[in-house]
Design a protein around this ligand. Sequence first.
Ligand code: ADP
Ligand code: MG
Length: 384
Amino acid sequence: MSTSGKPTGGASLELRGITKTYGRAAAVRNLDLKIEAGEFVTLLGASGSGKTTSLMMLAGFVEPTSGQVLIGGDTVTALAPAQRNLGVVFQNYALFPHLTVAQNLAFPLQMRHVGKPQIAAKVAQLLDTVQLADKGQRYPRELSGGQQQRVALARALIFDPRALLLDEPLGALDKNLREHMQHEIKALHTSLGTTMVLVTHDQEEALTLSDRIAVMHDGAIAQIGSPADLYERPVTRWVAEFVGQSNLLDGVIESIDAGRATLRLPNGTALGGACAPSLRIGERASALLRPERLALSRRGEASVAPAAGAVIDATVIDSLYLGHTVKYTVALADGQRLAVQLSNTGNASMPVAGDAVTLRTGVQSAWLMAASPAAHISSLERAA
Ligand code: ADP
Ligand code: MG
């Protein structure tokens, strides 16, 4: 245990200049990724973006075409999976159906020639950890999907791995169960302090669980950062559109001052906001406006907030009543549609379809970034 009281049981993991090609196609391109000991990092990306391939190169099941894999600072590129001491939960990985839960858990330890009494103690401990203490004698088919997934987690943890690698472990579960398991995985990470690497295409899962998220696109990392970094400060339009719901307005940067810039839209509106450091005056750029940061009021009626920022005329196309929030689609004068999400204040004068409205962006709500996917292009150029 560290002085902070948080266990630091994990090892650091690193992919250094890793490329994996299949024939002429690259699944992963010159990837650099360093995961600190005890960190929870998620590889987030669409199907085919190279997440599984990257994870399997860490685990040792896929051999890189070039580059190095390091665990705890040591090069392990040539080591077999069993020599790396990493727990792995594979995508769609089934338990042994003919073995009980306890036998499934014992299996990795038997492979490692651990003594019987130690195995029994360890199996009991792990069953307890995943809250299945009374299910050891059941067969997998006698368990719910979530319980089976917990057994798979326990089995991956049973030899105290230096890191746990999880490939879409919750993909097959329904929404409620998935949320429950997310809490369990988070709790395991907190209590064990093991380094964890999760692969998912579910952005909400990535945002809730991770210390850092690496957004993968086309075999490269488009951006890596904390959930707030990705949501508040995406480096490109592509990341902005992939993480969360986004409205993007294009224009030209007119002025920059101390981390803030003004974007002039084609319709003449000036949009102020915090900006990416790489932006230059005169450059084409995009403003990101998250739906929940916008305010909407019937034209002519006073708006509660935000007081400052850009004020844009719009028309409500439709509204979706969700109980706690109302989701609007509004159209600007040039026809572009924006999503706006208002919390349901119970105010009788909330706008409805057909209303002429005033949209306010507020001072803090816009984020300005390059219109071209610069970060992604540069990573591809490095690989070429
Ligand atoms: P993800 O897990 O993000 O869906 P993968 O890492 O599985 O993506 O795959 C990345 C790319 O590499 C895909 O285009 C996939 O078709 C290709 N690929 C992965 N494994 C193989 C393989 N064994 N042989 C050929 N192509 C593969
Ligand atoms: Mg995959």
